[in-house]
Ligand binder design. Structure first.
Ligand code: MD3
Ligand code: FE
Length: 217
């Protein structure tokens, strides 16, 4: 039998699992506006390679915008209202970011998604993210929205346990994914970025992840 329920609409939308919906190319039409807004964020909060609790440097460079930012150092992972590099608050979330995140969450059936952080990952060739779960957020009932820009990557979509063999999912420029419900605690990662050239970002892949980290109020 054809797995028709894998395909949500006539577009490139694909349901990876219950709660994990790829909105293929949804951000393409506003790619320049997103990258321009990223330039502004970057000016106040430059990308940096964070130290893991184990003492290694992450190959992916990161920054944040919003009320808090995700940071890692020798003491562990946390959401911090202050950028440890500058001692100042993180840059505000650009309206073009907030708007896209809300539209994507809505399209996946999450009605009132109000992210308080956008973690921005920057991959250069060779950079990778090993299999992990995202569990530093206060309420894991909120979804995460991710936006891929620039070079394509192979995303690893695992299971509920680290040992579950991951599926390889190509994520390309403009793809938006909403992860929530039963998919929220799935192990996932990104394979080492291959060399390449993208007309808008050169040799770089960016990934924006919108999260609700803190309790409301
Ligand atoms: C599934 N980022 O920042 S985005 C991360 O491409 C992260 O930079 C990857 O994993 C990247 O933590 C993957 C897709 C993603 C993000 C968060 C998730 C998938 C997720 C949280 C729960 C389940
Ligand atoms: Fe993650």
């Amino acid at each position: 039998m054809l797995p028709l329920d894998l395909y949500d609409t006539a577009s490139r939308d694909v349901r990876l699992d219950e709660g994990a919906l790829v909105l293929g190319g949804m951000a393409r039409s506003i790619d320049r506006a997103l990258l321009d807004a990223l330039t502004v964020v970057e000016r106040d909060a430059p990308f940096r390679h964070l130290l893991t609790p184990g003492g290694g440097l992450m190959s992916v460079a990161m920054t944040n915008c919003g009320a808090v930012g995700w940071v890692s150092d020798r003491s562990g992972y946390r959401y911090d209202p202050v950028d440890p590099e500058s001692g100042k608050r993180w840059p505000a979330m650009p309206a073009v970011f907030t708007d896209l995140a809300a539209r994507a969450a809505n399209a996946a059936g999450f009605r009132e998604f109000a992210p308080d952080v956008c973690l921005i990952n920057r991959y250069e060739p060779g950079a990778r993210l090993s299999l992990h779960q995202d569990r530093d957020e206060h309420d894991l009932g909120h979804p995460i929205v991710s936006v891929s820009l620039g070079l394509p990557a192979i995303f690893l979509w695992g299971g509920q346990q680290r040992v579950d063999r991951p599926r390889r999912v190509p994520l390309t420029h403009g793809d938006v994914v909403v992860w929530g419900g039963p998919a929220r605690m799935t192990f996932h990662g990104v394979r080492a970025l291959a060399e390449g050239h993208h007309p808008l970002t050169g040799s770089i892949r960016y990934n924006l992840t919108f999260r609700r980290a803190l309790p409301r109020g």
